[in-house]
Design a protein around this ligand. Structure first.
Ligand code: PLA
Length: 454
């Protein structure tokens, strides 16, 4: 119903509140109309010739990952498939709101004492404590000794950005090493935060596995004290993680050179299905008593993508230092967005504080991780059944949300054009977007590009 329809029907109604709303809407409609006129006749920002002062802007390209969804949404084909962004879908191809999230939201709605005041700059304090416990472990000595500071941030991205800006201001080395390749937003986040971005070798295209030798050589040659971004688990985009033994070697090397670990934990629970197993590399670094940063996201593991809920923890040597670090983090956050949102963090806090809800969450999380693993097996089998040329075993070896297929940009664009399958041009596919029904379609497309000269 439009405003005018509403106002005319409400004016004939007898209820005083309807009449008040009707009057208000007529007032708003009139105000909007006159605003439009004034912007047409007397724009204070119009250029000399009456054109826009922004006329010189060039059209910016879409984001390499989120732009895939934009293109997908425009495609009218009934068989279209979005394997671009890492967002979990059910077997029916639908987004999933976890049952525990529904329950937590119901609890929040039922609680009439809840208010909508600003949170403190650091966010919801209970959420912060529970988040640190989730990632560092309930028995973490760093938490016991009160030398961890945690601030609620806007999901994983916001946590990385706040951490990056804090380091650019207060850490003696301004260089951050990121994996080659990495999530496309990493270099942009850290550059804009004021750091200098360099890469270290990580992935070996010939084995579609880890280039451990290259990694050790590059970190060994890094300027002492540099910051090193580490994917805590389920590396994006490759799906390739170091083994625990390799993590131990990375830890020893980094500590011996005073390299500062900055963990990006966007997929805790999604790699193995176990929250504790996926946090193991971080806990190994914390156990040696050294300092590190951890950015956490609840987008994937709680399915809270749009709630933008995450946390930045900085593990320090002493509680005195942790207090000072927190005071400076507040100075980074306050002029950036003042304080974080309340709703998502409240949902997470309800789930993490309640033993039953927590247990239910772990089951739902495991079910998501298992469905992704089953998609890997089904896709691998479907290619085998078609006799698709090439070794596709990396589909079942890689872990987490993504498979780094090895398909090149021309093959990707052929699959999009001919099969309406959408993915990032580096050949990454989100396994979480697949279902048993869509596996054959994807396998047909991969088979086609693997057998044709595309
Ligand atoms: N870190 C990594 C490694 C990620 O892959 C992502 C999300 C984030 C941080 C940030 O997530 P958040 O801010 O939503 O918590 N990567 C997605 C989405 C899933 C994206 O690109 O924004 C991806 O498709 O790669």
């Amino acid at each position: 119903m439009t405003n005018s329809e509403f106002s005319s029907s409400s004016s004939s109604s007898s209820s005083p509140s309807d009449r008040r709303i009707g009057a208000l809407l007529r007032h708003l409609t009139a105000a909007t109309d006159s605003d439009n006129l004034s912007s047409v006749y007397a724009s204070p920002t119009s250029g000399v010739s009456g054109g826009s002062v922004f006329a010189h802007l060039v059209q910016a390209p879409e984001d390499p990952i989120l732009g895939v969804t934009v293109a997908y949404n425009k495609d009218p084909s009934p068989v279209k498939l979005n394997l671009g962004v890492g967002a979990y879908r059910t077997e029916e191809g639908k987004p999933l709101v976890l049952n525990v999230v529904r329950k937590a939201e119901q609890q929040l709605i039922n609680d009439r004492t809840r208010i909508k005041e600003y949170l403190p700059i650091v966010g919801l304090v209970e959420f912060n404590k529970l988040s640190a416990k989730l990632i560092l472990g309930a028995d973490s000595p760093a938490i016991r000794e009160n030398r961890v500071t945690t601030v609620e941030c806007l999901s994983g991205t916001g946590s990385l950005r706040v951490g990056g800006e804090f380091l650019a201001k207060h850490y003696h080395q301004k260089t951050i090493y990121i994996t080659q390749p990495t999530w496309g937003n990493h270099p942009k986040i850290f550059t804009l935060a004021g750091l200098t971005v360099k890469t270290y070798r990580y992935y070996d295209p010939s084995t579609r596995g880890l280039n451990f030798q290259g990694l050790i050589e590059d970190l060994g040659a890094a300027t002492p004290g540099s910051i090193v971004l580490l994917h805590a688990c389920a590396h994006n985009p490759t799906g390739v993680d170091p083994t625990i033994q390799q993590w131990e070697q990375i830890r020893q090397l980094m500590r011996s050179k005073g390299l500062m670990p900055f963990f990006d934990s966007a997929y805790q629970g999604f790699a193995s299905g176990s929250l504790d197993a996926d946090a193991k590399p971080i806990r190994m670094f914390v156990a040696d008593g050294g300092e590190c940063l951890v950015a956490q996201s609840y987008a994937k593991n709680m399915g809270l993508y749009g709630e933008r809920v995450g946390a930045l923890s900085i593990v320090c040597k002493s509680s005195d230092v942790a207090g000072k670090v927190e005071s400076q983090l507040k100075l980074v956050i306050r002029p950036m967005y003042s304080s974080p949102p309340i709703h998502g963090a409240s949902i997470v806090a309800v789930i993490l504080r309640d033993r039953n809800l927590f247990n239910e969450w772990t089951l739902e999380l495991k079910a998501m991780a298992d469905r992704i693993i089953s998609m890997r097996k089904q896709l691998f089998e479907a290619l085998r059944a078609r006799g698709t040329p090439g070794d596709w075993s990396h589909i079942i070896k890689q872990i987490g949300m993504f498979t780094f297929t090895g398909l090149n940009p021309a093959q990707v664009s052929y699959m999009t054009k001919e099969y309406h399958i959408y993915m990032t041009s580096d050949g990454r596919i989100s396994m979480a977007g697949l279902s048993s029904k869509t596996v054959p379609h994807l396998a047909d497309a991969i088979h086609a590009v693997a057998t044709k000269a595309v």
